[in-house]
Write a protein that binds this ligand. Structure first.
Ligand code: DC
Length: 226
């Protein structure tokens, strides 16, 4: 890890189902960095706005709700799939992972007040460096000075299949056509929103994970970091 001019931060962006979470956790463990799951933050805020029945077109109501929200990320527990998330002191780690919450998080993430608040929180978490940040805009907006940036991609059908397997392994029923339609819609919405859309940072390494295993992608990335 020789680049001392830039922040000791790894950013990993890309659409859903490219393997970002597993790979980010592995890279963080391998470097002894902290894993920052920014998507979990958008999911939690989406859940809060939904439960509080806030009209997303009412900017003042959104802001009031955000100001009355406490959000904490806890390190992933051994054997669990993701970070722990405490929303107003309540553990919502599982609840935020449903396909419905994916769509709600995507809609919520287009709101300026939400992006502003969560981007600041993420930058505070990363202030000391030694972070692996995963999301949609971590290399472009949250940590533009990061030393190592990656953009992972894969064909939509392959990403849908990976998500379907994950849901089935949790004992859930999957309608593949519906899941593919949701994947394509979420890609489109995340890429076309006006603030901090999903896009490749110009200085990011781009890796297509369609035909690669998690191990292969992780190794290729670590070789570029160390
Ligand atoms: O990574 P994920 O599937 O948990 O993210 C859920 C949604 O949150 C995603 O569809 C868009 C939004 N998001 C975002 O806008 N910016 C990020 N840095 C991370 C997630």
């Amino acid at each position: 890890m020789s680049d001392t001019r830039k922040e000791r931060i790894v950013t990993i962006d890309g659409p859903s189902g490219v393997g970002k979470s597993t790979i980010s956790r592995r890279i963080a463990a391998s470097l002894s960095f902290t894993y920052l799951d920014t998507g979990a933050m958008y999911r939690a805020v989406g859940l809060k706005l939904k439960e509080a029945r806030v009209d997303l077109d009412d900017a003042d109501a959104v802001l009031d709700c955000l100001n009355a929200t406490s959000l904490k990320l806890l390190p992933a527990r051994a054997g669990s799939d993701g970070v722990g998330v405490l929303l107003d002191g309540r553990d919502v780690s599982q609840e935020i992972r449903s396909p419905e919450m994916s769509m709600i998080a995507s809609a919520t993430s287009a709101l300026p007040a939400v992006r502003e608040k969560l981007t600041l929180m993420q930058q505070e978490i990363g202030i000391e460096g030694k972070i692996v940040a995963e999301g949609r805009d971590t290399g472009t907006v949250v940590f533009p000075g990061a030393a190592w940036k990656f953009y992972l991609d894969a064909a939509p059908g392959i990403r849908m299949q990976r998500r379907a397997e994950q849901l089935r392994s949790q004992g859930k029923q999957v309608d593949e056509d519906e899941l593919l339609a949701m994947t394509v819609k979420r890609d489109h919405d995340d890429q076309s929103r006006s603030i901090a859309p999903l896009c490749k940072a110009v200085d990011a390494h781009v890796i297509d994970t369609s035909l690669l295993s998690i191990d292969e992608v992780t190794e290729a990335m670590l070789a570029l970091i160390t």
